[in-house]
Design a protein around this ligand. Structure first.
Ligand SMILES: C[S@@+](CC[C@H](N)C(=O)[O-])C[C@H]1O[C@@H](n2cnc3c(N)ncnc32)[C@H](O)[C@@H]1O
Length: 247
C-alpha cells in the first residue's frame, strides 16, 4: 500500500527522483514489504541491492540480485566505506532515532558522487477551503501523534520542517534538493481518488497504532479501546473531505 501510494500517484510512477545512473550497489533501508527493492531489481538487474529491516516481513522468493539483511539502521552502519552508489530511505520518520548520525553513517558508506534519497509523509494535516481548527478531528490526531513521537524522542516532522536538508548538509552532502508534493487524503479529490483512498487507509493504520500505544500506556481495557478505535476511524473517514498532507 505504501509503495503504491508513493510510486503510482504521488511521484508519477517513478521509483526515485535522484539522477541515479547504473548504480553498482543500492541500499534500501527499512524495506518493509520490499516492493521498492523488487521493482529496482527489475529495473537494474545487474545491480547488487541490499535491503534491510528489523522485521522479517518480506516474501521468501526474491530476485537474485537482492540481498536481504536483518539490520537496525539506528546502529552504527557497517557497510564498507565508500561502497554504496544509492541509499534509499522511505517512510522512516519515527523509526530513525538520530537522523544526524544516520546521515553521517550513510555519508561514510557512500562512494563520492553517490546519491541518497529520503521520502516521507507529513503527519500534519490541512483541510482545503477551510482553516483547520484545533478541534478538527484530523488536527487532534496529528497533535496526538506528534506528542507521542516527541515523548519517545523520535523526529516525525521531517517533511514539514527543513531539518532533513540541514542534517544532510551537516553530514557533508553538497547538493541537496527538497521536493514537496501535496497528497490528498480520501476520495474527495477527483484526480487522486485511488492514491487518496490508499493514503487514508495508511493514515488510519498509523493513527490506530499511536492511539493504541497511548491507551496501552494509560492501562485502559482492551474492550474499551476497540470501541474507541472503531468510533475514531469512522469519524476520521466521515470528516476526510478536503483533508490533505504533504510528501
Ligand atoms: C512505514 S514502513 C516503510 C517501508 C518501506 N520503506 C516502504 O517505503 O514501503 C517502515 C519500515 O521500517 C522498518 N524499521 C523501523 N525501524 C527500523 C530500523 N531501526 N532499522 C531498519 N528498519 C526499521 C519497519 O520494520 C518497517 O518495515
Amino acid at each position: 500500500m505504501f509503495h503504491l501510494t508513493f510510486e503510482e500517484e504521488l511521484r508519477q510512477r517513478r521509483l526515485f527522483i535522484a539522477p541515479v545512473r547504473n548504480p553498482a550497489i543500492i541500499l534500501n533501508v527499512g524495506t518493509g514489504t520490499g516492493y521498492w527493492a523488487f521493482d529496482m531489481a527489475r529495473m537494474f538487474p545487474q545491480t547488487r541491492i541490499y535491503m534491510t529491516d528489523i522485521a522479517l516481513i518480506q516474501p521468501d522468493l526474491i530476485p537474485v540480485n537482492i540481498h536481504p539483511y536483518l539490520d537496525d539502521a539506528n546502529e552504527k552502519w557497517t557497510w564498507a566505506v565508500g561502497s554504496l552508489d544509492f541509499v534509499h530511505l522511505r517512510g522512516l520518520a519515527g523509526c530513525i532515532t538520530n537522523w544526524r548520525a544516520t546521515f553521517a553513517d550513510a555519508w561514510e558508506c557512500m562512494r563520492p558522487g553517490a546519491y541518497i534519497e529520503v521520502c516521507d509523509l507529513s503527519l500534519r494535516f490541512g483541510r482545503q477551503g477551510d482553516e483547520t481548527h484545533s478541534d478538527d478531528i484530523w488536527a487532534r490526531c496529528s497533535q496526538l501523534i506528534r506528542e507521542v513521537a516527541s515523548s519517545a524522542g523520535r523526529a516525525l516532522a521531517i517533511v514539514e520542517s527543513d531539518q532533513c536538508e540541514l542534517w544532510m548538509r551537516e553530514a557533508g552532502f553538497e547538493i541537496v534538493t527538497q521536493r514537496r508534493v501535496q497528497a490528498y487524503v480520501g476520495t474527495w479529490h477527483r484526480a487522486h481518488k485511488e492514491s487518496g483512498a490508499l493514503l487514508l487507509k495508511i493514515l488510519l493504520g498509523i493513527i490506530e497504532d499511536y492511539v493504541t500505544y497511548t491507551h496501552y500506556k494509560a492501562g485502559r481495557p482492551l474492550k474499551e479501546h476497540r470501541a474507541y478505535i472503531k468510533g475514531l476511524r469512522d469519524k476520521l473517514m466521515e470528516h476526510s473531505a478536503g483533508v490533505f498532507t504533504e510528501v
